[in-house]
Design a binder for this molecule. Structure first.
Ligand code: 13P
Ligand code: ZN
Ligand code: NA
Length: 271
């Protein structure tokens, strides 16, 4: 089933998929092992910077080969595409889904840029996600322009997107102040539009709020920072106590730490 249809089903049934970012072989192994262990489906996401790090050909081939080797149902998605040329290259490379993120532009430019990608993607019938309102990015001050239900309705109708990233109290990265998701706002946006709603910035959000958000209509939960954190903190700990230079013996310890984190998150999301 295509991701577009799957997210639409989720909207009707009140379920969500976990969408995990990966950066290399170790982190894709970590998330796919977690999915296999918990019998879960999931979305694999690449940011523009991860594509630049690995190269589009390697990143795409790695994802496809790993999905097949691990025997997991997973979809490949471009996360926060801001460069429309790269977004179109990902579409042509066979991604199941792309996000066009023009959320920092004006409302009318956001519509125009998003619609250009929806039109381009139409020939493949893939999932297209866009963002309305503003979810602060890593390293930015954590402030928020909340998504307004009426604007969301207009935006979804004008662009033809089927998935919408909403600004409802989350932010990318860890939180300086404990987050408080606006659950009623999620419900209102969900009723106002036909789009499947996406929660960004899920690292640092307590499990009960994630589940509350799913009950109100979130169909995709984006997780990145906690995965990097679990992997790197574990790796840093291991490296302190060893001079073993065989990376094939050292990296798996960090991979396991990331697997454990994602397994728990999958249990939370698939409750
Ligand atoms: P976190 O880094 O807070 O988990 O956010 C991830 C995200 O929204 C990726 O698009
Ligand atoms: Zn995001
Ligand atoms: Na976060």
């Amino acid at each position: 089933m295509g991701l577009k249809e799957k997210l639409h089903q989720n909207k009707l049934s009140g379920k969500a998929l976990l969408a995990t970012n990966f950066y290399n072989f170790e982190t894709i192994s970590a998330v796919l092992t977690a999915a296999r262990e918990t019998n879960s489906e999931l979305i694999l996401q690449l940011s523009e910077s991860s594509i630049h790090y690995m190269g589009l050909d390697v990143a795409t081939a790695l994802a496809r080969a790993a999905i097949s080797q691990f025997g997991v149902k997973a979809w490949l998605h471009l996360d926060h595409g801001q460069d429309t040329t790269l977004v179109k290259r990902c579409i042509d490379a066979g991604f199941d889904s792309v996000m066009i993120d023009a959320s920092e532009k004006s409302f009318s430019d956001n519509i125009k840029i998003t619609k250009e990608i929806v039109d381009y993607a139409a020939r493949y019938d893939i999932n297209v996600e866009a963002e309305l309102g503003y979810i602060s990015k890593l390293g930015q001050e954590q402030k928020m322009i909340y998504t307004r239900p009426e604007e969301a309705k207009t935006f979804v109708e004008a662009t033809g997107i089927n998935a919408l990233a909403v600004a409802v109290g989350s932010a990318h990265g860890f939180y300086k102040k404990a987050p408080r998701l606006q659950l009623d706002l999620i419900g209102e946006i969900n009723k106002a539009t036909d789009a499947a709603l996406v929660l960004h910035g899920s690292s640092g959000i307590p499990d009960d709020q994630l589940q509350g958000a799913i009950k109100k209509g979130i169909t995709k939960i984006n997780l990145a920072t906690e995965i990097k954190n679990a992997f790197m903190k574990s790796l840093q700990g291991v490296l302190k106590d060893t001079d073993n230079i065989d990376l094939r013996e050292i990296f798996p310890k960090a991979t396991s730490a990331a697997t454990e984190l994602v397994s728990n998150k999958l249990k939370t999301v698939n409750f």
